[in-house]
Design a binder for this molecule. Sequence first.
Ligand SMILES: Nc1ncnc2c1ncn2[C@@H]1O[C@H](COP(=O)(O)OP(=O)(O)OP(=O)(O)O)[C@@H](O)[C@H]1O
Ligand SMILES: [Mg+2]
Length: 275
Amino acid sequence: MSLLDAQSLTVRFGGDAVLEDVSLSLEPGEIVTVVGPNGSGKSTLLRALLGIQPLASGRITRKTGLRLGYVPQKLHIDRGLPLTVRRFLSLPHGHAAGEAARVLARVGMAGMEARQLVGLSGGQMQRVLLARALLARPELLILDEPTQGLDQPGEAAFYKLIEEVRTEMGCAILMVSHDLHVVMSASDRVICLNHHVCCQGTPHVVSNAPEYRALFGVGTRGALALYQHDHDHAHDHAHDHGHGPGHDTGHDPDHDRGQDHDHDPEHGHGARDHA
Ligand SMILES: Nc1ncnc2c1ncn2[C@@H]1O[C@H](COP(=O)(O)OP(=O)(O)OP(=O)(O)O)[C@@H](O)[C@H]1O
Ligand SMILES: [Mg+2]
């Protein structure tokens, strides 16, 4: 049985349909990545699936008692507010003693409970956000651009962590990413969104779809070929995302990625915050 099934979702802001007739379903244990240009409705779709974004029309069916974990794209934290990691993890609901320590250890942040949130690096903050989502012991983890602000090694480490969490907890993961490494190497399925679902399927199918090419430009093909994920093998993603022996064709992945993101200056890697 599907964890979640969405049928013909439409979301409007004012008169504008930001999502129109979007249907998708999520199966236990799969990793699904949503890709699409800025403003195409990706975050709105995740919020709709979470039930925190009202629908103009459509229907969402969730498995009874479905446990969800969510890492939002933006979290506004008052930098003047003293807030420890421990306190942050206990909001808005408290949790059993030891749970914070358990999830912090799982994300590589053991013993960091007393640290101030504002003093964390970008990578540490993303790990704390993931830890907070894991407190719910989710069956479905929803991550909206979880590696924003991370440099490339940080990004690769974070996706390895996500993969491990999926394997250990058996949870499904739905995430938004602008990173083609991830889309091609760490996803079971890709959904290409531009207010409606342009195409969806395995990375192989999507990367060859004309709708995807139209959105992501002609430079995409080389990168997609480079990072294509072989779906015949088991999901042992302990390997890196694109630099392993099976993927190394001698191309410069950054070069390819740079071309692919021409349409998308806000998400260009040069503009990232490496704090
Ligand atoms: N609460 C809101 N009120 C009005 N308009 C909104 C609201 N939330 C989102 N929008 C608009 O809906 C559109 C889609 O926004 P959304 O945040 O879902 O895009 P996105 O695909 O996640 O973009 P990005 O890649 O920049 O994160 C945008 O035009 C945005 O301005
Ligand atoms: Mg977004």
